[in-house]
Each structure stands twice: as structure tokens, then as C-alpha cells.
Design a protein around this ligand. Sequence first.
Ligand code: HEC
Ligand code: HEC
Ligand code: HEC
Ligand code: HEC
Ligand code: HEC
Length: 327
Amino acid sequence: MSLCSENKEHAEFVGRIIVLVGAGLALMLVAVLAFAAGEPAGHAAARWNPLHFKPAIEQADDKECLVCHAEVLKPSVRAQSPAGVRANTAIAWYQTLEVYSGDQDTFHRRHLVGELAKKLMNLRCNTCHQGHDPRDEAPGTSATTQATGYTLRKQVDPKTCLMCHGQFNYEVMGLPGPWAQHGETFGNNCLMCHEGIRTSRHNVNFLKPRAIEAAGRESAENCYGCHGGRAWYRIPFPYPRHAWDGMDKDVPDWAKNRPTASDPRFLLDEWMSPPAPAAATPAPPAPAAKTGSKARAQSRPALARKARKSSYVRIQTVKGSQHVSQI
Ligand code: HEC
Ligand code: HEC
Ligand code: HEC
Ligand code: HEC
Ligand code: HEC
């Protein structure tokens, strides 16, 4: 009797094991099939998503990155640090600039969704993120590594930051010293000189040139904010030297090796999302009129490209080389 029931229990136990093992195998089969069918296999695969690398990252839309990285734009600054320091009492020097507004915020929010950022800039994820190797963050260490576009141990090339966070280059401007000490002499007004000098500026896809000029008229602090007021580096950025109306033909020594146009990846043509601006401002015939006969000689696609540009942009031909400038 007892032997019989023991046997029965044993059989039930074995049966259960068989069912469990069967279920396990079935689950593994599903997992293998899912993997083979190219289903996302979690964090590890997402890390190697093609969007993290060239060429895909160059075309990536912010929305595509934010599908996985929504957290970078979430407000996440603590009101108080774990050690008890309150954010609103710990102000850095650059946060005392007249143009700093609002509570402390994260780096990404300050550059992408902050008040000032929205007013003057048009930064996108791939303005800064140009791809990097998640394995060891060192270029050229393996056959699969992306060859260019990133710096050792850095996810973003600091030269990108230097464009807006370099020193105020008073030497090339012929000013007697730093702006903080000599700004007053020039009426605290960059436009006193820059109404006529280096006027072809800011026509790049990550800035809002018209808004910047308007802001510069309100206060030089707005200009200074990107040209020395928030200098994290000891060096100035060697800006491209776009030709401007009335420019002296002699190139000064310091500018001899400077490029005369912005980095191609920043040129407006490549990133213009035509529908929105075209709807807001009716496509201007003005640029074609301004450039006169030279415009007429251009091909149709070139003209079509131009018509898509917002109204402040015009094409100039200087010494046979074309460049985009601002009206
Ligand atoms: C399919 C989801 C997904 C998409 C789309 C995606 N990422 Fe990621 N990304 C990840 C994951 C997962 C990691 C690894 C995070 C970790 O290990 O801490 C990561 C890491 C990163 C890192 C940090 C790398 C490191 O080693 O710490 C950066 C920077 C980054 N992504 C930027 C971007 C940008 C810019 C885009 C759009 C061009 C983008 N990602 C698109 C999922 C994604
Ligand atoms: C102004 C330049 C800039 C812009 C614009 C920018 N990033 Fe970053 N991002 C950085 C820098 C710098 C780091 C830190 C890199 C490092 O640690 O080497 C970073 C880090 C990251 C990381 C790593 C995790 C973290 O929070 O530290 C992710 C993910 C990321 N960025 C995603 C994005 C996405 C998505 C966008 C667009 C919505 C974006 N970034 C726009 C400069 C930028
Ligand atoms: C196109 C110009 C531009 C570029 C490129 C740029 N920044 Fe900035 N950055 C700004 C402006 C403008 C502010 C001020 C934002 C504000 O006050 O809301 C700022 C603010 C900051 C701040 C202060 C944030 C705070 O807490 O107030 C840091 C830190 C910073 N940038 C670092 C960087 C780094 C690092 C990079 C490169 C990865 C970079 N920036 C690229 C324009 C730029
Ligand atoms: C006294 C006149 C004067 C004032 C005031 C002045 N600048 Fe300049 N700036 C110049 C001259 C001259 C150059 C060089 C022009 C050239 O390329 O030959 C220059 C060049 C520049 C450049 C390009 C530097 C480079 O390395 O290519 C920037 C950026 C600039 N100025 C920003 C400013 C800002 C911002 C202010 C106000 C905070 C300002 N300037 C005030 C005269 C002035
Ligand atoms: C949000 C940041 C920002 C602000 C604000 C800003 N600049 Fe710039 N400026 C830049 C960047 C970035 C470049 C380089 C763009 C490029 O690659 O062509 C530049 C380029 C220049 C140049 C070089 C022009 C050339 O030959 O291409 C001058 C001059 C200049 N800025 C003056 C000014 C003046 C004057 C103001 C205020 C009216 C001002 N900037 C405000 C970011 C800024």
C-alpha cells in the first residue's frame, strides 16, 4: 500500500519535472526564434544600435535618439545635494551673467530646451554627438571602430564646445585687453564694430542668426555669452573667416590659415527641413534678385535649394567662391 502510493508520488514528481523541462525548452525555443527574427535583444543590442555610429548618426533626428534617451531631457537637478548644499545658493560665476535665467538645470536641458537655448540656438543631438565606440572609447583600436569624429575617452569632440566656450579673442580684434575690462570703452556694444566687420556670420544649422543679432542689439552680454563670457577653455576658437561686404583684400597674418567657410556639416543646406520655414515665411524671391546675374547663371536645383532657405540667407560670390551670408 505505502509502496504503491510512494510509486504514484514518484511518478507524479517525474511527470512534473518533465512538464517543467518541456516548458523551459519551449521558452528557450521562443527566445531563439525571436532572436533569429531580429527582435530587439535588450540593452546590449541597443548599445550597438547603428544610430550610434556614422553614417546613420549624421542623419539621425532628435526624436529617434529620444525614443531610448528621453531621460536626457527630463528635469533632474536636485534641489539639494546629498551633502545638503542647496542648488539655488550654489551659483557659479557664469550663472551670474545677466543673460542667465531660471533655476539650475542639466547640461542637456540648458543646450536644448532652456529659455536662452531656444531663443538663440538650434542644437541637435548630432551637432555634438558624432558617434563613438562604446567598447573602449578610443579611436582606431579595432577593425570595427569608427575611424573619425571622436576623441579619446570622449563622446563628444571638445572642439564643438570651443566654438561657444572659447576665450574672447581681443588680440585679433585690436582691442587693448579682455572685454570684461575694456568693454566700457566701446560702449559695451559689440555691434559698434561688428555692424560693419565680419558681418557674414552665424549661418549655420545650429544657430538662429536673426535672433542672435536682435539679442546682440539688446545687450552685448548675449554676444559675449558665446564669445568669452562662458569660456571653459584657455584658447579662443579659430573661427572661419567669411568674406564680408567691404572686406580689405589683404588677409592679416593671423587669418592666413583660417578656413573661409563653416564646417560642411554645419552648412544650412544639409539640414534644412524645408516645409516648416517655407510655411512660416513665404519663399523669398529676394535672394535671387540681390545676387543678380550670378544667380541666373545657376542651375535649377541650386535655385530650388536657395528658395527653401529662410529669408535671412543669401548666396554671395566672392573671388569666385560661393558662400552663404546674412542680410
Ligand atoms: C534603441 C535604443 C537607442 C537609440 C535609438 C539610441 N541609443 Fe544611445 N544608447 C542606448 C543604450 C542602451 C546605451 C548604453 C547605455 C549604458 O550602457 O549605460 C546608449 C548609450 C549612449 C551614449 C553613452 C554611451 C556610453 O558609453 O556611456 C550616448 C552618448 C548615446 N547613447 C547617444 C545617442 C544618440 C545621440 C542617439 C541618436 C543618434 C542614440 N543614442 C540612439 C540606446 C539607444
Ligand atoms: C551641446 C552638445 C550636446 C548636445 C546638443 C547633446 N549632447 Fe548628449 N552629451 C554631450 C556631452 C558633452 C556628454 C558627456 C560625454 C562624455 O561623458 O564624454 C553627453 C552625454 C550624453 C549621454 C550619456 C549619458 C549622460 O546623460 O551623460 C547620452 C545618452 C546623450 N548625451 C544623449 C543625447 C541626446 C539623445 C541628445 C539630443 C536630444 C543629446 N545628447 C544632445 C553633449 C551634447
Ligand atoms: C552653439 C553654442 C554652444 C555650443 C556648441 C555649446 N554650448 Fe554650452 N552653452 C551655450 C550657451 C548659450 C549656454 C548658456 C545656457 C543658459 O544659460 O541657459 C551654455 C551653457 C553651458 C554650461 C553651463 C550650464 C549651466 O549649468 O548653466 C556648460 C557647463 C556648457 N555650456 C558646456 C558645454 C560643453 C561641454 C559643450 C560641448 C559638448 C557645449 N557647452 C557646447 C552655448 C553652447
Ligand atoms: C573695436 C572694434 C571691435 C569691438 C568693440 C568688438 N570687435 Fe570683434 N572683431 C573686431 C575686429 C577688427 C575683428 C577681426 C576682423 C578680421 O577678421 O579681420 C573681430 C573679430 C571678431 C571675431 C572673430 C575672431 C576670429 O578669431 O576669427 C569674433 C567672434 C568677434 N569679433 C566677436 C566680438 C564680440 C562678441 C564682441 C563684443 C563682446 C566684439 N567682437 C567686439 C573688432 C571689434
Ligand atoms: C549662441 C552662441 C552665439 C552667440 C549668441 C553669438 N555667436 Fe558669434 N559665433 C558663434 C559661433 C558658433 C560661430 C561660428 C559659426 C561658424 O562656424 O561659422 C560664431 C561666429 C562669429 C563671428 C565670426 C564670423 C565669420 O567670419 O564667420 C563673429 C564676428 C561673431 N560670431 C560675432 C558675434 C556677435 C557680434 C554676436 C552678437 C550679436 C554673436 N557673435 C553672438 C556663436 C555665437
